[in-house]
Design a protein around this ligand. Structure first.
Ligand code: HEM
Length: 151
């Protein structure tokens, strides 16, 4: 039988991925559209969206660590490494840039500084999305062969 935490872990992990995908899409669409009101709305919504993303990622990480306790092997080690990077990238790059962009958009300062920070945010966000995808892929593989307990 699956571990009781594994459903929570799976749902939280997928939700985190969906939230980041939504943030990237909303950013891209609002900036391609170029309407300052739309950009302000998008950036404000994303900054508030962090209130959902941060706990979702924390739940994913903590439940993952619990599920992975006592497991040895390269797949779990890789998931842990990616999770550490995802968290550091989020705390050091994504949160500050989302807050800075929301502030700049609110003050109608969507010039060079905005564009530079937005580029960094896109790259960091896309990196986290790929790493979350890899962790989901490995997670599905582990739970398929979890009876072997050598992942
Ligand atoms: C953003 C990060 C992560 C995502 C998106 C993610 C996603 C997933 C998914 C989709 C599954 C499959 C669950 C199922 O089919 O029921 C899974 C399983 C698993 N994950 Fe993660 N995971 C993440 C982080 C972690 C971390 C940091 C660890 C700990 C090192 C971890 C350990 C595990 C384990 C041990 C399983 C197998 C659970 C079982 O079948 O009992 N995950 N993960």
């Amino acid at each position: 039988m699956a571990h009781p935490l594994s459903r929570l872990h799976r749902v939280a992990g997928m939700a985190a991925g969906l939230l980041i995908l939504t943030f990237l899409t909303v950013s891209a669409l609002s900036e391609l559209n170029g309407d300052p009101d739309m950009i302000r709305l998008a950036k404000t919504a994303i900054a508030w969206g962090l209130v959902a993303l941060v706990p979702t990622l924390m739940i994913t990480g903590v439940s993952g660590m619990r599920l992975g306790k006592g497991w040895k092997g390269p797949t779990i080690a890789a998931k842990k490494r990616r999770m550490t990077f995802i968290a550091a990238n989020g705390i050091l790059v994504l949160i500050p840039s989302a807050l800075a962009l929301a502030w700049l958009a609110r003050h109608s300062e969507t010039g060079a500084a905005f564009a530079a920070i937005q580029t960094v945010e896109f790259l960091a966000g896309a990196t986290n999305l790929v790493l979350i995808g890899l962790n989901a892929r490995d997670g599905i593989a582990i739970s398929r062969r979890r009876t072997v307990r050598t992942a």
